[in-house]
Design a protein around this ligand. Structure first.
Ligand code: TYM
Length: 319
């Protein structure tokens, strides 16, 4: 089984990225051939500073390794080190109906958030389809916000195979329901562009302050607290055991405790959960050559597969 996923180095990575995509991806490295990449071509749709893009890309590589990606089991590489992604993207574009892209809500959401509507931003799902199809991926672990893009990739593969013969395997998304959409500090989806994130690399003081500032209702200390749609409970359940979550839920229902107590417990649980990640991250930051080597080796190996698929597609189309 071949597993593939990507993450945009368009800012620092947050715990939504971690629970929604990084942790499932890292678990899957035990289950098949795994390809994980830093989607820096994609990040160009929003990052227009060369220094920022380089820094975010390197930090994302460090984060992935610190979170447990094992380079002897999974490949980690920069998308731009396998330029075949962009050539296949063009080949796919000529069989991609405009309507398919016009329906994509991610483009509309980004424009609504104020991101400049470049043609690259609109075209983004075709490049994403290329990323997936070029490795003949079977399974793509992602958060819920990427579901539609996966459907687009499948539709493009079906269309291409119909026109030019069996060339691409049809990929399936893997979305873990319990972490499909991790909420941010304001209750909306945690997002790099909403300013509502708990970042993996946040300092302790910042991390604590953000958690203590999570928006809650105005229930007085003694009264029961609503458990439904509680951002605190949702975040707590990411790192606490089912028994601990059940205990907090029953305490919510009982009343007698203020939100401040629950926030403290949430902070401690999340902060402790990420202790091994922070220790590994500090080690890796002191070894930049190791990170470079992992990325270079990952790209060399990924490129062999990408070139083979691209040749097949070129040949099938008459190039
Ligand atoms: P990106 O960089 O926005 O996010 C990376 C991954 O993190 C997941 N994610 C979340 N999951 C749960 N809760 C959240 N609040 C949350 N925020 C982000 C995303 O669903 C994603 O899985 N287009 C992709 C990058 C990409 C890609 C690919 C992915 C490019 N090519 C090929 C898979 C296959 C993106 O923008 O992810």
């Amino acid at each position: 089984m071949r597993i593939l996923s990507g993450i945009q180095p368009s800012g620092r990575l947050h715990i939504g990225n971690y629970f929604g995509m990084m942790r499932p991806s890292i678990e899957l490295q035990e289950k098949g051939e795994a390809f994980y990449f830093l989607a820096n071509y994609h990040a160009l749709t929003t990052v227009h500073s060369a220094k920022d893009l380089r820094d975010y890309t390197r930090e994302a590589a460090v984060d992935f390794l610190a979170a447990g990606l094992d380079p002897s089991k999974a490949l980690l590489f920069r998308q731009s080190d396998v330029p075949e992604h962009t050539e296949l993207c063009w080949l796919l574009s000529v069989v991609t109906p405009m309507g398919l892209l016009e329906r994509c809500h991610s483009y509309k959401d980004k424009v609504a958030k104020g991101i400049a509507s470049s043609s690259g931003l609109f075209f983004y799902p075709v490049l994403m389809a290329s990323d997936i199809l070029i490795y003949n991926s079977d399974l793509v672990p992602v958060g819920k916000d990427q579901k539609q893009h996966l459907e687009v990739a499948r539709d493009i593969a079906i269309k291409f195979n119909e026109l030019f013969g069996e060339t691409f395997r049809l990929p399936a998304p893997m979305i873990r329901e319990e972490v499909a959409t991790v909420p941010g500090l304001d209750g909306r989806k945690m997002s790099k562009s909403y300013n509502n994130g708990l970042f993996l690399s946040d300092e302790e003081k910042v991390f604590r302050k953000k958690i203590m500032g999570i928006v809650t209702d105005s229930s007085p200390v003694e009264s029961p607290k609503p458990t439904e749609n509680s951002t605190l409970l949702q975040l707590y359940s990411l790192a606490a055991s089912p028994e601990e979550v059940a205990e907090m839920e029953s305490s919510f229902r009982q009343g007698g405790k203020g939100y401040g107590d629950y926030k403290k417990r949430l902070f401690e649980t999340l902060w402790n959960y990420f202790a091994p990640y922070r220790a590994k991250r500090t080690e890796l930051l002191a070894q930049p050559e190791l990170v470079d080597r992992v990325l270079a080796e990952g790209a060399t190996k990924a490129r062999v597969i990408a070139q083979a698929t691209l040749s097949k597609a070129r040949e099938a189309m008459g190039l």
